[in-house]
Write a protein that binds this ligand. Structure first.
Ligand code: ZN
Ligand code: ZN
Length: 127
């Protein structure tokens, strides 16, 4: 693998999206840009490379980040808010409610009188 000073490898990188540094820019262990100059270099396998836009250089510039400082991809579309699932309007036509026969009670026995209207206890005819 030959890495030259050309920006070929950089051109292949997408802007603002962290990529696996070992794949995108293989090479020597490198420091994380966010950990600072005093930090230990990370092997590239543990690093993310992200190409930033540069105001003067259209090729941009690449920074390396450890997993902890891995930047969020700027291009990622914001996760759509979890929409309340629209309940399809499949409300079934309400079954015609059969009016319940109001159970008549025998005024003396306080039991339900069958449909015949005759109290089963005392034989009284209840309207
Ligand atoms: Zn870091
Ligand atoms: Zn009765």
């Amino acid at each position: 693998m030959k890495i030259t000073n050309s920006s070929d490898w950089r051109d292949a990188l997408p802007f603002d999206i962290p990529v696996d540094a070992a794949d995108a820019v293989p090479g020597e262990p490198t420091r994380c840009a966010s950990c600072g100059p005093d930090s230990e270099p990370f092997p590239r396998e543990a690093l993310w490379a992200m190409k930033h836009r540069h105001p003067n250089n259209p090729a941009g510039f690449v920074r390396f980040y450890c997993a902890e400082h891995r930047p969020k991809p700027k291009l990622a579309p914001p996760a759509p808010p979890a929409k309340a699932r629209r309940v399809p309007n499949t409300r079934r036509a309400a079954a015609p409610t059969i009016p319940e026969r109001v159970a008549a009670l025998c005024p003396d026995c306080f039991v339900e009188v069958p449909a015949s209207g005759t109290c089963g206890m005392c034989g009284q005819q209840v309207a």
